[in-house]
Design a protein around this ligand. Structure first.
Ligand code: F6R
Length: 629
């Protein structure tokens, strides 16, 4: 949830020497990396530096201005830092105050530590540490780690920081990605991981770590992925990894990332969300790229499931959260129609605790942009434990979920920085529909020719998405006409229903307005009581098989005084005639239509948030990657 970065660049930087052309400065690297990590959480930020003068720490807790404040404080920091760690926080234990901001230090003030995750047994550990005379200064679960490491270091100084971190973590239950520095050995950064992600990178004169690729993308394209229960020691120009359990050396998994640093910047757009919405045609096109072999066979990215096992599948579960969950709902129709398999969609945080009925013939599809969402990650782990086959759809190569699954289909959307999912969401729907075709092909429920035809139709989606984006100004006008409404209802039927849910989620998370999505047919069973003059009803009124029924539901809300906004296919004047405002989209084969129809709803939410003066990239209380339950 929080973002972590660390660097050691050694004496070359400390001595003020030209750093071999490539070795970066410690402080600028930390500040820039934190800026790129801010989407992981942003209620406070902090950093610690080590060097000839010992350990120096600065923290700031001013919400979205925390980083600015931190940079100002760092101007008064020490000269000659050789290593450092940084953190951007999304509060879980303890309020978002400066005292609770990371890094946390031990009693001596010579050890500093940043942490992402939750220490589940922190209360009992803190009690024991307090009894031993340690002094706590924060309300966080993380601070126990600093004191535990301090205790272990004092007891067994020969093991060094790595030994102390290993011993301390042996007493901990929970999830962690952490990085620690100590004034006694200023060039060393020690990192460890369980469940929460952590990447390492090495260049000639330096070594880095980060919880996410964009933070250190400008420094290297070659990373190592730290695995669960591994501890790494970073020194300038080298990284060594050992097992947390027994200290034996481990070869870390290399990862080459093609992403361009520009992809993690705004490219002239006002904000990342706008940039990322405009990258959607490419995200969809790239996700479709090279999916068909000359013989008509469809291709996933990594498959450790045999054809016979795919053929034997009798049931599909999709587990996901938020927008990824909506993508699963949208694809259910395609999987059922083409592959003739029953599909159940589950909120990942519910799935895990309800004893789902799974066996070796169940395919569980985990959908997660980040591949790190702890609810989804633990849900697919549970599915794996129960014997199901696990296939993951994710945007991050070699993310935790990708590595633990039996098969992977990557959404090739590039890094998404805006907190609200946009381009990754469209790429997820696309990937899920490719998977629906793949399953249909494996089970023989769709001929090669039919699958080829459907894939060709999907190839036309990027141009349609482009056409919707070209109408962004019209959508902004509609948003302007609705700006004073306090309450929004989103309606859809069939594949339009999950599109409505996604439209409502986007609006509430970006503009903090009341927005609920319903299946239009359900309206009469309760939600219609919400409708009164001034309520805006946004309905997905494209020509799905239940279009006629949808427009009847629209008439019901219109007669009760709602302002009606309809998503309508170009040239469909009949439907447009029912609306107060129209969001036009190109006509699309109905099973693919969510990829196109959700785009005006993203634009609508974006425009309303901007009209209300809100920060679309960093909505309040939210974080991009949710690595806590
Ligand atoms: C909404 C949004 C979230 C995520 C959800 C799952 O715009 O971005 O609802 O979809 O937190 O995240 P991933 O896909 O990383 O598992």
């Amino acid at each position: 949830m929080c973002g972590i970065i660390g660097i050691t660049a050694g004496a070359a930087v400390a001595g003020g020497e030209p750093p071999g052309g490539t070795t970066p400065g410690v402080l600028p690297t930390l500040l820039e990396g934190l800026a790129r990590l801010e989407y992981r959480g942003y209620d406070s930020a902090g950093l610690a530096l080590t060097g000839p003068g010992g350990l120096w720490r600065a923290r700031a807790a001013d919400g979205t201005r925390s980083l600015e404040d931190l940079a100002k404080r760092a101007e008064h920091g020490p000269d000659g830092a050789v290593a450092g760690i940084g953190h951007t926080r999304w509060a879980t234990h303890g309020r978002p105050t400066e005292g609770n901001a990371h890094p946390h230090v031990d009693c001596s003030g010579r050890l500093a530590l940043v942490h992402n995750g939750i220490i589940e047994n922190h209360v009992e550990l803190a009690d024991a540490l307090l009894a031993d005379g340690h002094r706590f200064t924060s309300e966080t679960d993380t601070e126990v780690l600093a004191h535990l490491i301090e205790t272990e270091l004092a007891g067994h100084p020969d093991g060094g920081l790595v030994g102390a971190v290993r011993a301390a973590l042996g007493r901990v239950r929970g999830a962690f990605a952490l990085a620690a520095v100590h004034a006694d050995d200023p060039e060393v950064v020690v990192a460890a991981r369980r469940v929460s992600p952590l990447l390492l990178g090495v260049t000639d004169g330096a070594a880095f770590l980060a919880s996410d690729i964009p933070a250190i993308l400008g420094l290297t394209h070659d990373f190592f992925v730290l695995d669960d229960d591994q501890v790494a020691e970073l020194r300038p120009g080298s990284v060594s990894v050992v097992s947390l359990a027994d200290g034996s050396p481990v070869e870390p998994v290399p990862l080459h990332v093609e992403w361009d640093l520009d992809a993690a910047r705004k490219d002239g757009y006002d904000d990342f969300m706008s940039k990322e919405m405009h990258e959607q045609p490419k995200a969809v096109a790239d996700t479709l790229l090279d999916r068909l072999l000359p013989d008509g066979t469809l291709v996933l990215d990594e498959v450790r499931i045999t054809n016979a096992e795919f053929r034997a599948v009798t049931k599909v579960f999709v587990v996901a959260c938020g927008s990824s969950y909506h993508a699963g709902l949208m694809a259910k129709y395609a999987i059922e129609q083409w592959a003739r398999l029953p599909v159940e969609i589950d909120i990942a945080s519910e799935f895990r605790y309800r004893q789902p009925v799974l066996d070796g013939q169940t395919l569980v599809i985990g959908v997660s942009q980040s591949g790190e969402t702890v609810d989804t990650f633990q849900a697919v782990r549970e599915a794996d434990r129960l014997g199901a086959k696990v296939l993951v759809i994710t945007n991050v190569v070699d993310s935790s979920m990708a590595r633990e699954s039996d098969a992977v289909l990557y959404t090739r959307a590039g890094p998404e920085i805006g907190v609200a999912a946009t381009k990754t969401h469209l790429a997820q729907i696309t990937a899920l529909e490719v998977l629906a075709l793949y399953l249909a092909q494996a089970r023989g429920t769709l001929s090669v020719a039919a699958a080829r035809g459907l894939l060709a139709a999907m190839g036309r989606l990027p141009a349609k998405v482009e056409a919707v984006l070209a109408r962004a100004d019209e959508v902004a006008e509609v948003a302007g006409a609705c700006r004073d409404s306090p309450s929004f209802i989103f309606l859809g039927r069939h594949v339009g229903y999950p599109v409505a849910l996604e439209g409502a989620l986007k609006l509430k998370e970006l503009s903090y307005l009341r927005a609920e999505g319903f299946p239009a047919g359900e309206l009469k069973h309760g939600p219609i009581a919400l409708v009164e003059p001034g309520t805006v009803v946004v309905a997905v009124a494209t020509r799905t098989p239940v279009w006629e029924k949808l427009v009847a539901n629209v008439a019901e809300v219109k007669s009760r005084g709602a302002t009606v906004v309809l998503v309508v296919e170009e040239d469909d004047q009949e439907t447009a005639g029912l609306a107060d405002h129209v969001l036009w989209v190109p006509a699309t084969e109905h099973l693919f239509s969510p990829v196109v129809d959700v785009v005006p709803l993203q634009l609508f939410a974006y425009s309303l948030a901007r009209l209300h003066g809100l920060d679309v990239d960093r909505p309040r209380n939210l974080a991009k990657v949710v690595t806590v339950e």
